[in-house]
Write a protein that binds this ligand. Structure first.
Ligand code: GDP
Ligand code: MG
Length: 392
């Protein structure tokens, strides 16, 4: 993949500390992103843009990939992300988009069903005797494309985002942000953030506290980077499959207007690079782990508790407050394991003491017996001597 030219701390997958690196490889090294939002907002174009800058098609053998066709139904694309010696399988779920129908009631259903179905399929495979998971398309990140109206969010956006956010990591983005002026964009972002907060929609935010696994010297830089990502949310994106001369001799992806060129990979023009970094570099692992530990676990628990119906009021539920490194459930499990081992050791010690005591008791008893025997022998010897004396 192309490496961002800005001085980013080396926090790509290949630089993960061993322990975390292993987690990614053990998870099968597969990452799934889903595109979602009304049709015509540039979802398919965005994928093609991301592919050209970051991904190598799984079957292209270095050839430039074929642009993705306009979507008619849910479309699954596979690609390989390569960094140093590390290869990650990337799946992109492109959805046709909704909002086209006169009646948009429950337009989110196919999206939500897809996410649930992947959790369900994974759960079933895990329940097999050999727990051999062959097919894992659990969605690690959902990019929700918001129409760049400059006004606010539609009720359909709010309803859909709410439902996605209880099931997967939701990342709202402002589509076609080149159609808004810089100041329009800023106030639009602010308005969306307010609605998201007021409606209590849970969006994915990069954790600010890196856990013990990260290399200390990179902490400050990584934290600053995370802070910048959070500040820019919802990310303003621009997609383009065309390249233009940027005026200094290089061909860059962008959109040309009579008044000038808008560049996809220019931080002054949009947040494309920030989003790419979050998705494929800095927060890739956070996305994978939260999907596993929060979203999948929540799904599994609800299913096991018998919340089978989509309309069950308990389903979906809001994910518990999350801190990746201090996941309460993880902590709980760790504590109960510790307690289990302590109890085991205690019980074992107790058993040993008892055994020791038994031996002591036994030896006392044996010694007592021995004494009795010796006394008896003495008595018998006495009797023998007396009898012998009488015989004489
Ligand atoms: N202005 C602008 N147009 C875009 C952008 N991304 C895509 N488009 C155009 O929007 C139209 C719909 O794009 P498409 O990717 O098919 O949208 P989808 O239905 O969400 O997959 C196409 O004509 C694209 O060229 C963008 O960032 N800015
Ligand atoms: Mg499309």
């Amino acid at each position: 993949m192309t490496v961002d030219s800005a001085p980013l701390p080396s926090i790509g997958i290949a630089n993960l500390p061993n322990q975390r690196y292993r987690i990614v490889s053990e998870h099968g090294g597969s990452f799934t992103i889903m595109m979602c939002g009304e049709s015509g907002l540039g979802k398919t174009t965005f994928i093609n843009t991301l592919f050209q800058t970051s991904l190598k098609h799984a079957d292209s053998h270095g050839k430039r990939h074929q642009p993705v066709k306009r979507t008619v139904e849910i479309d699954i694309l596979r690609a390989l992300l390569e960094e140093k010696n590390f290869t990650l399988r990337v799946n992109v779920i492109d959805t046709p988009g909704f909002g086209d129908n006169v009646n948009n009631n429950k337009a989110w259903q196919p999206i939500v069903d897809f996410i649930d179905d992947q959790h369900d399929s994974f759960m079933r495979q895990e329940q097999q005797p050999f727990r051999d998971v062959k097919y894992d398309l659990r969605v690690h990140a959902v990019l929700y494309f918001i129409r760049p109206t400059g006004h606010g969010l539609k009720p359909l956006d709010i309803e859909t985002m709410k439902r996605i956010s209880t099931r997967a990591n939701l990342i709202p983005v402002i589509a076609k942000s080149d159609t808004l002026s810089a100041s329009e964009l800023q106030s639009f972002k602010l308005r969306i953030r307010q609605v998201i907060e007021a409606q209590e929609i849970r969006i994915f935010t990069p954790p600010l506290n890196r856990d013990e696994g990260s290399v200390l010297s990179q902490d400050a830089a990584a934290m600053e980077h995370a802070r910048q990502l959070i500040e820019s949310m919802p990310f303003a994106v621009i997609g383009s499959e065309e390249k233009y001369d940027n005026g200094s001799g290089s061909l860059v992806a962008g959109r040309r207007y009579p008044w000038g060129l808008v560049e996809v990979e220019n931080d002054l023009h949009c947040d494309f690079r920030k989003l790419r970094s979050l998705l494929l570099r800095t927060n890739l692992l956070d996305l994978i782990l939260t999907t596993e530990e929060i979203h999948y676990e929540t799904y599994r628990r609800l299913r096991l508790e018998g919340h089978a119906e989509e309309n069950d009021p308990a389903f979906p539920v809001r994910a518990p407050a999350r801190k990746l490194s201090h996941n309460p459930r993880y902590k709980e499990e760790e504590n109960s394991l510790k307690k289990y081992f302590t109890d085991q050791v205690k019980a074992e010690e107790q058993r040993f003491r008892q055994w020791e005591q038994n031996i002591v008791n036994e030896s006392i008893r044996l010694n007592g017996d021995l004494e009795d025997m010796q006394n008896k022998v003495k008595k018998l010897e006495e009797q023998v001597r007396k009898l012998q004396l009488q015989k004489r």
